[in-house]
Design a protein. Structure first.
Length: 117
């Protein structure tokens, strides 16, 4: 028979973030580049059009679509021009609590004023 503590622990194991990522940063960058390209083509825009509307140089846009390499600022500018900047609002949000105890522990824990070395 499972106790409440045991069932909460099992639920927390299932819902916690995966310690073993399924994708590498390079794969995610290339996927973002492909999605950006698809959005651009869906709007029937040439690379020059997106570059002009976003304020990103044509060379930077071409490199991004080809390799996935882009600065965060340029990525945000491209997404703004494509009307998808709000998609970034959910990035790096704190994970939802799995139990009342976890909520209480979060609110009771002292907040560090700065990071550790």
């Amino acid at each position: 028979m499972l106790t409440d503590d045991t069932s909460e622990y099992i639920v927390s194991l299932v819902k916690t973030e995966n310690p073993y990522p399924l994708h590498t940063p390079e794969e995610v960058a290339r996927e973002l580049a492909q999605k950006t390209r698809r959005l651009r083509l869906f709007r029937n825009w040439k690379q020059v059009t997106l570059a002009e509307r976003s304020g990103v140089t044509l060379a930077s846009l071409r490199r991004f679509e080809r390799t996935g390499q882009v600065s965060l600022k340029n990525l945000l500018c491209l997404c703004f021009a494509l009307g998808r900047l709000d998609d970034f609002q959910s990035v790096l949000l704190h994970a939802d609590a799995n139990s009342i105890r976890e909520l209480e522990a979060r609110s009771a824990a002292p907040r560090p004023k700065r990071g550790t070395r």
